[in-house]
Write a protein that binds this ligand. Structure first.
Ligand code: ZN
Length: 342
């Protein structure tokens, strides 16, 4: 089993502003922690410098007018919205973040690595075809998936988004698409940005049943996540039979996160990843690509990333013994009853 870590020092040059939670220290702490844990230099790990995504790749997902808008705002240093500032280098760095996700997907599709983690900034899962926001400009993970489908013949991708915020951009991009199953576990949209991601949002047209939202009450923690992985992630991924599992890996569901009210432990990131890696081993030759999203408690994010990479490189932490089924699991089963036998 080999692992690719995709990283560029340039990702630290994205500096939204002094007060902004999506700050370079997040990623610097991850890389420092991986180095201290000797994961950066493991023989089974290759660290790869990404190249920027091409305009053609970005256009696989985003409208031309929207791409032009980001480029223009970058020239003017004018924000996209009050949460999402734009500097002179934002356009260029957003291309490099998408390029990092593409590189992670490519090495796994080409079997140069079993799995990969794109350690990128700015994040992407709130960016839809024609809108950005929530610290996101281009949807790195969606661009990676479209690139793999068009250029590497990957047909079916299961997306697990465990960032605490609903991955509304990714959901919208693939809402009518039956070749991507999007499953998001997040804090209930009535209590957190972006206010979407409810059980009844299950996809439409041919994509019906291929969007699965698991909104959790504030305070939900390891036992609830363990139940969701066991009772929804395992049977859904088995039924869908992906060729690749892609993960929107945000670490802001951690108990220490200043922006959210969920309660995951640092060790949870290890066993969450183990569920994914194990299932990928069973279903798709171990092929897993993680793309970094949010996570704002710097020390927690670093510890979570170490546990994730430990599992990618072969560590099998124990699965949690305690499970607590959130009520929403039954609602989801009912909402999907016509589509999947769960
Ligand atoms: Zn988030």
């Amino acid at each position: 089993m080999t692992t690719a870590l995709i990283y560029s020092e340039k990702y630290l040059e994205h500096k939204p502003s002094e007060w902004h939670p999506e700050r370079p220290e997040r990623l610097r702490a991850i890389v420092d922690a991986l180095r201290r844990a000797n994961l950066w230099s493991l023989p089974s790990v290759q660290v790869i410098e990404p190249t920027p995504a091409s305009r053609a790749d970005i256009e696989l997902v985003h409208d031309r007018e929207y791409i032009a808008l980001i480029e223009r705002l970058s020239g003017l240093c004018k924000p996209l919205d009050s949460d999402t500032p734009v500097d002179a280098n934002t356009f260029e760095l957003a291309l490099l973040a998408a390029g990092g996700a593409i590189k992670a997907g490519e090495v796994v599709a080409a079997r140069d690595a079993t799995n990969a983690f794109a350690l990128v900034r700015p994040p992407g899962h709130h960016a839809s075809r024609g809108h950005g926001g929530g610290f996101c400009y281009f949807n790195n993970l969606a661009i990676m998936i479209e690139h793999l489908r068009r250029r590497h013949g990957v047909k079916r991708v299961f997306v697990l988004d465990f960032d605490a915020h609903h991955g509304n951009g990714t959901q919208e991009i693939f809402y009518e698409d039956p070749s991507v199953l999007f499953m998001s576990i997040h804090q209930d949209g009535r209590t957190l940005y972006p206010g979407t991601g409810f059980v009844h949002e299950i996809g439409s047209g041919e994509g019906e049943g291929h969007t699965v939202n698991v909104p959790l009450r504030p305070g939900s923690a390891d036992a609830e996540y363990a139940s969701v992985m066991q009772e929804l992630f395992l049977p859904l991924s088995e039924a869908f039979k992906p060729e690749l599992i892609a993960v929107s890996a945000g670490m802001d569901a951690h108990a220490d996160d200043p922006l959210t009210q969920l309660g995951l432990s640092t060790s949870a990131y290890g066993w969450l990843t183990r569920y994914v890696v194990k299932q990928a081993g069973k279903l798709c030759g171990g092929r897993v690509v993680l793309v970094l999203e949010g996570g704002y408690a710097v020390d927690a994010v670093a510890g979570a990333a170490v546990n994730i990479v430990r599992v990618l490189t072969g560590w099998s932490p124990p699965l949690p013994t305690e499970q607590k089924r959130p009520e929403v699991v039954d609602d989801i089963r009912r909402a999907l009853a016509d589509c999947w036998r769960l």
